[in-house]
Design a binder for this molecule. Structure first.
Ligand SMILES: CC(=O)N[C@H](C=O)[C@@H](O)[C@H](O)[C@H](O)COP(=O)(O)O
Length: 233
């Protein structure tokens, strides 16, 4: 098992519309996170994975987000996406392990192929207990709460903070490491995840997305903000 117990993993991702998009910024994020004590990374796309691999020996959970209007699954939906990420240097491949339709082989088959043909550990992003059980049975090393709040079935809970309940029930099965991921946006929530038995915690937005962090502070300031020219006397 490559991710050590108690690890804080930092997700270094920035989409194309983010001013920090690109491997130069993401590898700098990873270096900053390393200096702060991060024990591993999650990164999207071959370029960012390769750039982070070049500056770190910590475990990397690599994903390849492939958007396709025909399917809801976009996190490493098929074997060719997984192979690209493995080639780029990811030790662990993150996949959407929900049972939703995807452009590729059924998820159980995908997990088995990643293990057998790529020789990589699988990190299964799930939204429910049943999906977690199934992914474990298919051979995933890590089960993570990443997609709770992001599927049709679980969307209602997205604004309610991280899914601590799902974390607890996955831990209770007791079959292997469970990782807390998705809206763990304060040190207190990270501590709570470990208290509930998380093997590791992945934090993204709250550490590596200055645009969203700024938005939160601006929202807090909004009631006191004057409209332009308000102060003209
Ligand atoms: C649903 C989805 O696509 N989640 C993504 C998975 O890679 C990322 O956008 C998240 O930032 C990541 O899971 C970390 O979570 P948070 O940013 O909440 O700490």
């Amino acid at each position: 098992m490559l991710i050590p117990k108690g690890a804080l993993i930092v997700s270094c991702q920035a989409r194309a519309d983010n001013p920090l998009h690109g491997p130069i910024f993401m590898s700098a994020m990873a270096r900053a996170a390393t200096a702060g004590g991060a024990a591993g990374f999650r990164a999207n796309g071959a370029e960012d994975v390769a750039a982070i691999r070049a500056i770190s020996t910590h475990p990397i959970i690599g994903i390849d987000k492939v958007w396709d209007d025909r399917f809801p699954v976009y996190i490493t939906p098929n074997f060719s996406a997984a192979a690209r990420i493995a080639r780029a240097g990811a030790d662990i491949i993150g996949v959407d392990a929900t049972r939703r339709p995807r452009d590729g082989e059924p998820v159980d088959q995908l997990i088995a192929r990643i293990r057998q043909e790529l020789g990589r550990e699988v990190f299964a992003d799930v939204a429910t207990l049943e999906e977690g059980r199934a992914a474990r049975a298919a051979g995933a090393t890590y089960i993570a709460t990443t997609l709770s709040g992001y599927t049709e079935e679980t969307a209602a809970s997205r604004d309610a903070g991280p899914d601590l309940e799902l974390l607890s029930v996955l831990v209770a099965i007791g079959e292997g490491p469970v990782v807390a991921e998705g809206r763990f946006d304060t040190p207190q929530l990270v501590a709570e995840a470990f208290k509930r038995g998380a093997h590791a915690v992945v934090v993204g937005t709250a550490i590596t997305n200055p645009r969203e962090i700024t938005r939160k502070f601006v929202e807090a300031a909004a009631p006191w903000a004057s409209a332009p020219n308000d102060d003209a006397s």
